[in-house]
Design a protein around this ligand. Sequence first.
Ligand code: ZN
Length: 235
Amino acid sequence: MRRRAIRREAGEAVIELAGRSVGYLLKRSSARRTLALRVTDSGGVQVNAPLALSHGHIEAFLLRHAGWLTEQLARRAVAHTWQSGVELPYLGGVLRLEIHEGSAGQVLDREGDCLNCTAEPALAVMAWYRRQALELLGSRLAALCRGQGRIEPPWRVSNARTRWGSLSPKGEVGLSWRLVKASPAEIDYVICHELAHFRRRDHSAAFWREVERLCPGYASARARLRENGHRYLEF
Ligand SMILES: [Zn+2]
């Protein structure tokens, strides 16, 4: 008797829990019959589900366990507290936050791997990241388009937590500013993913061949992004 091949799917999803967006890795398998939920040491949320289970069922399951989940996340949320010494992911490495109490304004500058902040660190840091995103993602998009001999499409920095990149029906590329927390290889993969959508709007095998053509060896960057994505979503 031939055994049926096990089919698997994985992807990032987001749910609103107690007024907060919680990103999680959804892993589906045809071999699975029940739902399972776990939080990794680094605060990543993972849900294992049967392949065909509806998204509504999965969300209801998460809502039923919302209390447990938010408690688990709070326990691991040290990185969310904005205090001196906290490490902020940036371009695949980390920047250390240094808060200088007592100084006025929201001035923020970078010295090596140190990010100096004077007030309201959360807002100042996020604004700083957005500025870096505008510059870094823009120059990577331009360089990749040049390398591929194509005209650079219009693009914008997005605030998306649910996806790293998007391509609008009108051909505008959207890139989440949070992507500058990822490594250059992960950033290039996301940009090439969106550029590949100009040729194929779906996620068919032909689409992934196009991604491979534009970004050879993309699979490892894609896997790393899946693994690290929850860290980039912490703020
Ligand atoms: Zn896509």
